[in-house]
Design a protein around this ligand. Structure first.
Ligand code: UDP
Ligand code: MG
Length: 318
């Protein structure tokens, strides 16, 4: 592991409508970078912002800054991928622009990387400024995905982490269009370790995640990493068929022994409606997976770049 200033650290920052925070973010980040004994480049990825984010990025008079301007808004996961694709450093740090991930943690991440870890992820110890509902739904989601998966996705982590060069190269080979990054980071394997920190509330601007987005994010996470829901549908089907079969035996027996007075309309309705519901739900589950297969089979490129201005600092170093 290189320890002198022969190596370069890349910082990947996806940003969507972050004009309010970016200047403060850049200032805090550069303060941290100044103290490191390595070269660095900062890759700002403008994810189709509709405000002045791109202008702010291009306005930084700093040779370390590279600006990737995507052709439209592709979502954070893809913006991040675009950054990783263009990062040239021996180690790459992925960080949010809204200052919820403290740049001051970067030296600690580097220290663990120098100890030989390939993925050093920042684990938050507290979620300040987030609602009870958001906290508890996040907890439930992680519990589910931990429970059903062979790949252990670490709890309470965002995308804030450091990746070694070989981890980045591994990630670059995963080109699926439904990208659940946290899952992908875990899937590649290699030695991984957590560093704990306090997650601050957003510095300025608004979160782009409402509950509908979070729900979709959770669906994405589950459907791209496990087929357990499909299996649940199968077993639910088995259990209900077995139940109805025994019930049928009981009904036949009752008819033979006690005759057949017209009865049981309510129970009939209950069974029909219940089975109808189960069937529709299972169809929906299958649909979720089929839709994703449909999207993946198109094999489209993940993103297009409107303009790219690389950092110049790396060239000087060579
Ligand atoms: N982001 C992005 N594209 C999007 C949405 C978000 O690049 O479509 C960026 C955003 O600018 C920020 C990071 O992803 O740097 C995290 O977004 P946000 O703070 O809204 O998410 P949260 O912290 O609430 O999970
Ligand atoms: Mg945030």
């Amino acid at each position: 592991m290189p320890t002198n200033n022969q190596w370069t650290l890349s910082i990947v920052v996806p940003a969507f409508n972050e004009e309010e925070v970016l200047p403060a973010f850049h200032q805090r980040l550069t303060k941290v970078l100044e103290k490191l004994d390595c070269a660095s480049e900062i890759l700002y990825v403008n994810d189709g912002s509709s405000d002045a984010t791109l202008k702010v990025m291009k306005g930084f008079r700093d040779p370390r800054v590279a600006v990737i301007d995507l052709s439209r808004n592709f979502g954070k996961e893809i913006a991040l991928t675009a950054g990783l694709d263009h990062a040239r450093g021996e180690a790459v740090v992925v960080i949010d622009a809204d200052l919820q991930d403290p740049p001051e943690l970067i030296p600690e991440l580097i220290a663990r990387w120098q100890e030989g870890y390939d993925v050093v992820f920042a684990r938050r110890s507290a979620r300040d400024g987030e609602s009870f509902l958001k906290k508890s739904s996040a907890k439930l989601f992680y519990r589910f995905i931990q429970g059903v998966n062979r790949v252990k996705i670490p709890k309470d982590t965002g995308d804030f982490r450091l990746l070694s060069r070989r981890a980045v190269e591994a990630l670059k080979q995963l080109r699926e269009s439904h990208r659940f990054m946290k899952g992908l980071f875990a899937w590649i394997g290699y030695p991984q370790i957590a560093v704990t920190y306090r997650r601050d509330p957003r510095f300025a601007g608004k979160t782009k995640w409402n509950y509908w987005h979070l729900w979709n994010f959770a669906l994405e996470g589950i459907t791209s990493f496990t087929i357990t829901p499909l299996k649940i549908a199968t077993y639910l089907g088995l259990v209900t068929s077995f139940g109805s079969f025994t019930y049928a035996l009981f009904v036949i027996y009752k008819t033979l022994v006690y005759g057949d007075p017209v009865q049981g309309y309510p129970s009939l309705m209950v069974v029909v409606l219940f089975l109808g519901g189960v069937q529709l739900m299972s169809l929906g589950v299958i649909g979720e997976y089929m839709g994703r297969m449909f999207n993946e089979t198109k094999q489209r490129p993940l993103y297009f770049i409107n303009s790219f201005s690389p950092s110049t600092v790396h060239d000087e170093a060579k």
